[in-house]
Ligand binder design. Structure first.
Ligand code: DCP
Ligand code: MG
Length: 354
């Protein structure tokens, strides 16, 4: 059965910068860069006010300050971005469990079958954007189409705070004029190479034979051949199809006592437990990871014969793993807990996604 899928890609606008402007009114309407700072490091993201000056993700702080002399540098607050990310994810799950996060601020949703029984993916995307705004005071953009590639490209078209839909009958025309560097999966280096072959847009890409693309781009050639035709059969891999779920924490300064490790482990276990509850994961193996100050890393695990869903059980096992793994005085820079060995849920996946 070949069912037309309905895929939404949601991407928050200027994510870190928007969160900072939300939480600090002094920063609103101003050019800001979140990241490593003026002297050191790179820009993680810039507010739209700063983008007008050419300040972008991944450029150096020095370069950013040159481009925009009034630029305000802001230190990232990852804990806040994580909690916003959790909030938007829980909104997604009100509509579908086929949610595949790509990063903190973006995800694919397969809404072909959705919990609200809504036939229009476009209306659904608009409802999700509205809910995100109501709950977080932040704007998101959405792309709606019949596969991941087109949905991803679409979410950029009316950014910020916009939505764009690519219907099957319009996709070829849309791709014809799409600049080659806007194709998801075609980065800076690849687009330069494409241009050296005279491929500047989707139309020119489609004119190339499969053998030519494979010869010059290897395995990716097939992907490029397909996306030029609006074809992308990759399924949305939801969190519940994952093979493990984990959470970890890198400490600002190394910790070196059993007491500190137990305290931190408590919070890590709490985070893991929350993720387990949200995703309804049923795993039987718990893995403790410890990375020491010299970056050596050890893992210890315990397998039980029932799904680990109870917080107290998780904490008890975590502590017993810690008591084997850690000796007072050792300097630890990171600790993490992962739940794995999931019960096979493949039979729950509707046929049409396979
Ligand atoms: N990020 C980063 N380093 C990069 C790119 C991004 O640290 N090189 C972080 C900061 C961003 C967040 O990830 O806020 C999301 O990345 P996006 O590419 O979605 O960029 P933004 O959300 O900031 O902007 P846009 O409105 O273009 O989506
Ligand atoms: Mg974004």
């Amino acid at each position: 059965m070949d069912v037309q899928r309905k895929i939404i890609h949601i991407d928050m606008d200027a994510f870190y910068a928007a969160v900072e402007q939300r939480d600090n009114p002094d920063l609103r309407g101003k050019p800001i860069a979140v990241g490593g700072g003026k002297k050191r490091g790179v820009v993680a993201t810039a507010s739209y006010e700063a983008r007008k000056f050419g300040v972008r993700s991944a450029i150096s702080g020095v370069q950013a300050a040159k481009l925009c002399p009034n630029l305000i540098f802001v230190t990232p607050r990852f804990d806040v971005y994580h909690s916003v990310s959790d909030e938007i994810r829980s909104i997604f799950h009100e509509y579908t469990d086929f949610v595949e996060p790509l990063s903190l601020d973006e995800a694919y949703l397969d809404v072909t079958v959705n919990k609200k029984g809504m036939p229009s993916a476009t209306l659904l995307a608009e409802e999700i954007r509205m809910k995100i705004f109501q709950k977080t005071n932040l704007t998101a953009s959405a792309g709606v189409s019949y596969n991941k590639f087109l949905a991803k490209v679409a979410s950029d078209i009316n950014k910020p705070n916009g939505c764009f839909v690519i219907r099957p009958k319009d996709s070829i025309q849309f791709l014809n004029t799409l600049p080659i560097e806007k194709f998801f999966g075609i980065g800076k280096k690849t687009s330069q190479k494409m241009k050296s072959f005279g491929i500047y847009n989707g139309l020119l890409l489609r004119e190339k034979e499969l053998y030519f693309l494979v010869k010059h781009f290897g395995k990716a050639g097939k992907y490029f051949y397909d996306i030029a035709r609006g074809i992308d059969t990759r399924p949305v891999i939801s969190e519940r199809m994952r093979k493990s779920i984990g959470t970890e924490k890198t400490f600002e300064t190394d910790i070196n006592t059993v007491f500190a490790c137990i305290t931190e482990l408590y919070y890590i276990a709490k985070d893991l437990h929350q993720a387990i509850v949200e995703g309804n994961y049923k795993g039987k193996t718990l893995v403790l990871k410890i990375k020491y100050h010299d970056f050596t890393q050890h893992t210890h695990s315990k397998t039980v014969n029932y799904p680990l869903t109870d917080f107290k059980q998780i904490l008890t096992i975590s502590k017993s793993l810690l008591s084997v793994a850690y000796k007072e005085g050792e300097k630890v820079r990171l600790m993490g807990l992962t739940l794995t060995n999931f019960a096979d849920e493949r039979e729950d996946i509707p046929q049409l996604f396979i």
